[in-house]
Design a binder for this molecule. Structure first.
Ligand code: ADP
Ligand code: ASP
Ligand code: MG
Length: 412
């Protein structure tokens, strides 16, 4: 039988009614003759609640126990989805990550999937089971402990299963009907894209567009998985939603294809650091060991042997970063006067493959922000993206203004 992977995100399984509605969609595909692997997220809000409990209990938590707690939301929905399908007379069984097993690295809270053996599930399909419901977001470390794949990780579970089972397609059912030029909840003029290139989706995702987890796009690109994003709230035709595909499959696209934002950024500045060869390694080594994901970096020109070093990282890693730098200072590895954290910033980015061949995108971006009176604090560029760090209160304004300036409401 051909295999189809269907993933339902948090809002799509938010209560028993929605689980029933999702199960009906699964039933439609089973009736077409597919063996279906359903990947479920936790009910919406559940993972945030679990994360909150962990933080309240232990601010600098042991990541193994974080994973033990936050992975649990998916277990509930997997069992409920299997029961719902059984009630509809669809033979179904649930699996938690460790039962498959979804083998991952030991990088707790940000583990990567290494292997998904297909024997267990295939044996059940061979016996007449039609749907395997798998708890997303979770796996098993080499030490035999539960891991999680980072926030939004059920998308990655879904794509990894699609690759492992050679699925015909991986459908990501969510609360919007596809990938838009920007978050439709922020810009009413956002336009749904019929297709988006892997590279662009990868950048948008890594810059904050949470509709797909970055790693899921990476895997889809590597294993050439046919990946589609669509709404779980509407009746769906076979070409509904957005197809994430190779660049060659897209005839025309705008120079800038999307605007992404990330709300939870912090800007940290080490003031007056003693400048010497190796100082960057002495600062960023300990940060990396502490699990801080440093994004943008600027080092000012040194004066009299001292300099300021600024970097950005997710807001929830500020405490970790402060501790790592203070410890390095105490060990005498670095020497700074002060550490200032600005937690009221956001990152806004323009993404487009067209930037490779067209100049002027950065200029238009900076002019647009300047017209709106938005001050740019840090800039970072790569071949197909430009990102700026700005005050968080201007984030939505900046997204809308850039969406207008690049005329993203119009198709190419
Ligand atoms: P799920 O719970 O189904 O995994 P998520 O909340 O993780 O859903 O992702 C879907 C959300 O992503 C949408 O509700 C939307 O607000 C947001 N989003 C951000 N950028 C985009 C974009 N470019 N296109 C579509 N949705 C986007
Ligand atoms: N429940 C997890 C989260 O909220 C994983 C997911 O939904 O993809 O991050
Ligand atoms: Mg998600």
């Amino acid at each position: 039988m051909p295999v189809l992977v269907m993933k339902f995100g948090g809002t799509s399984v938010a209560n028993l009614d929605r689980i029933r509605r999702a199960a009906k969609r699964v039933g439609v595909e089973v009736a077409k003759g597919y063996d279906v692997i359903v990947i479920v997220s936790a009910m919406s809000g559940k993972t945030n609640e679990l994360v909150g409990w962990v933080n309240e209990t232990s601010p600098l938590y042991d990541a193994r126990e974080y994973d033990a707690v936050v992975s649990s939301g998916e277990n509930v929905t997997a069992g409920l989805m299997a029961l719902t399908l059984q009630e509809m007379d669809v033979p179904a069984r649930s699996w938690q990550g460790w039962q498959v097993p979804v083998k991952t690295t030991a990088a707790h809270s940000a583990a990567r999937i290494e292997e998904i053996p297909s024997e267990n599930i295939n044996a059940k399909f061979a016996q007449g089971m039609k749907v395997a419901v798998v708890a997303g977001f979770q796996g098993l470390s080499p030490e035999g402990r539960i891991t999680t794949l980072g926030r939004g990780g059920s998308d990655t579970t879904a794509v990894a299963f699609a690759a492992a089972f050679d699925a015909e397609r991986c459908d990501i059912y969510t609360d919007v009907d596809g990938v838009y030029t920007t978050d439709p909840r922020i810009a009413s003029k956002a336009r749904k894209l019929d297709k988006i290139a892997f590279e662009e989706m990868l950048e948008l995702a890594s810059l904050g567009a949470k509709v797909l987890q970055t790693r899921s796009v990476e895997l889809a690109m590597r294993y050439n998985v046919k990946l589609r994003v669509l709404s779980s709230f509407e009746e769906q035709s076979d070409d509904a939603g957005t197809l994430v595909c190779a660049e060659e499959e897209i005839m025309e696209s705008n120079v800038v294809s999307g605007i992404a934002y990330s709300r939870d950024e912090a800007k940290m500045t080490l003031i007056s650091v003693a400048d010497r060869p190796g100082i960057a390694a002495a600062i960023f080594g300990p940060l990396s060991e502490a699990g801080v994901n440093v994004d943008m970096i600027i080092q000012n020109i040194a004066e009299e042997g001292r300099t300021d070093m600024t970097f950005s990282c997710p807001t929830d890693q500020v405490a970790r970063a402060e501790k790592a730098l203070q410890d390095a200072q105490d060990r005498g590895e670095i020497n700074y006067h002060d550490l200032v954290a600005d937690t009221d910033v956001a990152k806004v980015s323009a993404v487009g493959i067209g930037m490779r061949s067209q100049s002027g995108v950065a200029a238009l971006m900076f002019k647009t922000l300047s017209n709106e009176g938005v001050n740019i604090k840090v800039i970072a560029t790569s071949e197909i993206k430009i990102s700026v760090l700005i005050d968080r209160k201007y984030m939505e304004l900046a997204v809308q203004a850039l969406h207008d300036a690049f005329e993203l409401h119009k198709a190419a």
